[in-house]
Structure formats: structure tokens, C-alpha cells
Design a protein around this ligand. Structure first.
Ligand SMILES: C[S@@+](CC[C@H](N)C(=O)[O-])C[C@H]1O[C@@H](n2cnc3c(N)ncnc32)[C@H](O)[C@@H]1O
Length: 292
């Protein structure tokens, strides 16, 4: 393998040979759908160097060789997890959560009045801030849901993120991002230097590893799906396939939230956009308004 050193923002980087880069991009796409563009090659270096060093390997190429030659196992999973971007925060982008509180939930609660059950999915949940933001809205704005069967399924490719979601423990820095002070006081308690969600915020939360790029387990029909800030890492074909699969688990009048820079337009014909100039969400084209 040809290991070159080059400089990215003044920092010496290990550069992969073309063959190793091609192998690694294919490996990553096949196992996670994540696409690393050639101009983002530095990400491979910054994310994988700690693993390379921990294993005492001389170069990134040596790490790639181990991936190539060893049977798929813990190292492969560790490398895939290291390549994920877990950036998240409470009430991310604010507006989608306002739409959830003011438009989406009131309508769905009316529509589900007889079954008294609601299923929500935080797909690609990262460390759980999205899920607990949803829980706080459910608890604070819709107290009558307390005697409904409300389920919030949280899934992520990363075992570490799933464990963090289940744990519901956040650093001071994390609660400083997006979480209003009165919600912090009401729903969290201080544990050492961190903040732990109170037990009642965990009621209804279920968290599991699930790779959107691999065959999905059987999922319940979902009333609301948060699939936010994950499609951006995938190519067009993967986005289209995943949106097609979401359409199959979404209730006929269900709602899909995507990230601020994500859309179904020109990717999937299953959806139409709803919302306003500030935020949008998606319904199935066959959806009927509850109030109609
Ligand atoms: C940027 S975070 C988004 C978190 C949250 N949804 C939000 O909007 O703040 C992206 C998450 O997608 C997860 N992810 C990446 N590829 C995935 C895949 N193929 N299947 C499931 N989750 C994946 C990552 O582990 C990461 O936690």
C-alpha cells in the first residue's frame, strides 16, 4: 500500500491508496449506506486513526487490510460506528417540534381517539435528544396521553448511541444545546456533573440497534416517523429505497419528518409535502385529512 502524508488544514494526514479508498468506501456503503466523497477523505483519517493507534497498527492501510481479511466482526462494527456522525441536540431546528405540538399531534390524537394508541419512531436517534424532546412535548402538552398506549421506538446503527438513548444521561454541554431551562428543571435531575432524565420520561421508550441499510425487522405501523439528518449521508438510490420502506410502515394518515436539508422531492413519489414556509413534513399521497 502506498501511504502518503499530506496536509489538511495544516495537520499531517495519512492518505489511503486508491485501492484502499475504493475498498473502504464500498465496505462502508454496503454496510451502512454512508457515502464518503473523495474530497471528504480526511474524515476517514480523523475517525479511524484512534482505532488504528489503539490496535498498534503502523498505518490506516494496515487497518483497512484487517477489515479486508478478517471475518466480519467487532472491529468492522467499531469502524462503521466511528464513521457515523452523531451530531444532535434537543428540539433541533425548533420548528418541526412546534409543528409536532401544534398541528400533527392534535390531529392524530383526534384520529386515534378510539384506539387510544400512538406509535412514534425516532429512526437514527443518535444519543436520544430527539426522542426525549418528543417525550417532553407528549408529557407537557398532552397530559391525557398518560393513559394511552404511547410507544416511542428509537433506533440507530450504533450500539453506543442506542445505549446512550436508553440511559438518558446528558452532559451539561448537551443540555445547554436547545433544552429550555424550565424543561431541564422539570424533567431532569443532576447526577454528578451530568443530567439524568427522570424515570417517567423513559416510559414508552424502546431503543434498539437497527441499520437502515440492511433488511429491516418487522415494525409496527408508525403514526409519526422522525427520519432526520441521516438521509444526507446516503446516495440517491439509498435515499429512495429507505423512503420507500418508510412509506410501507407509515399509517395511511401518518406523518414523516425529515431534516432541514432533506426532502422527498425528486427522490420518492410516495409522499406529498405539508406545512408552511417555516417547516415542512410529509404525508403519504394517499393520505386523507383527518378533519375531512
Ligand atoms: C446526525 S445524527 C441525527 C440524529 C437525529 N436524528 C437528529 O436529527 O438530531 C445521524 C445518526 O444516524 C445514524 N446512522 C447513520 N447511518 C445509519 C444507518 N445506516 N442506519 C441507522 N442509523 C444510521 C448515526 O449513527 C447517527 O446517530
Amino acid at each position: 500500500m502506498v501511504l502518503e502524508e499530506y496536509f489538511e488544514d495544516g495537520v499531517a494526514m495519512n492518505r489511503l491508496s486508491e485501492t484502499d479508498f475504493a475498498y473502504f468506501s464500498r465496505f462502508l456503503k454496503e454496510n451502512s449506506e454512508i457515502v464518503v466523497a473523495i474530497d471528504k477523505e480526511y474524515l476517514i483519517d480523523t475517525r479511524l486513526s484512534p482505532i488504528q493507534k489503539k490496535l498498534g497498527l503502523a498505518s490506516l492501510g494496515d487497518l483497512i487490510n484487517r477489515l479486508r481479511h478478517e471475518p466480519f466482526g467487532a472491529l468492522h462494527n467499531e469502524v462503521i460506528e466511528a464513521m457515523t456522525t452523531n451530531e444532535t441536540y434537543f428540539f433541533r431546528d425548533v420548528k418541526p417540534f412546534e409543528a409536532l405540538r401544534n398541528e400533527v399531534l392534535p390531529e392524530l390524537i383526534k384520529a386515534r381517539a378510539s384506539s387510544r394508541s400512538l406509535s412514534i419512531w425516532s429512526a437514527a436517534c443518535s444519543s436520544g435528544q430527539e426522542a426525549y424532546s418528543i417525550q417532553m412535548i407528549l408529557k407537557d402538552s398532552f397530559p391525557n396521553l398518560a393513559n394511552w398506549n404511547t410507544r416511542l421506538l428509537c433506533t440507530d446503527l450504533s450500539q453506543e448511541m442506542v445505549s446512550r438513548t436508553l440511559q438518558g444521561r446528558f452532559t451539561q454541554l448537551e443540555v445547554n444545546r436547545g433544552l429550555p431551562a424550565q424543561m431541564l428543571i422539570k424533567h431532569f435531575q443532576k447526577v454528578e456533573n451530568d443530567w439524568q432524565v427522570k424515570p417517567d420520561l423513559k416510559v414508552g421508550i424502546e431503543a434498539k440497534v437497527m441499520n437502515l441499510a440492511k433488511p429491516w425487522p418487522t415494525l409496527p405501523v408508525m403514526d409519526i416517523v422522525f427520519l432526520r439528518n441521516v438521509l444526507i449521508y446516503f446516495d440517491l438510490e439509498a435515499k429512495s429505497q429507505i423512503l420507500g420502506r418508510v412509506a410501507k410502515v407509515l399509517a395511511p394518515d401518518g406523518i414523516l419528518f425529515l431534516g432541514g436539508s432533506e426532502t422527498t422531492i425528486n427522490i420518492s413519489n410516495d409522499y406529498e409535502r405539508r406545512g408552511n414556509s417555516e417547516t415542512s413534513y410529509y404525508v403519504l399521497k394517499t393520505a386523507k385529512s383527518h378533519s375531512a
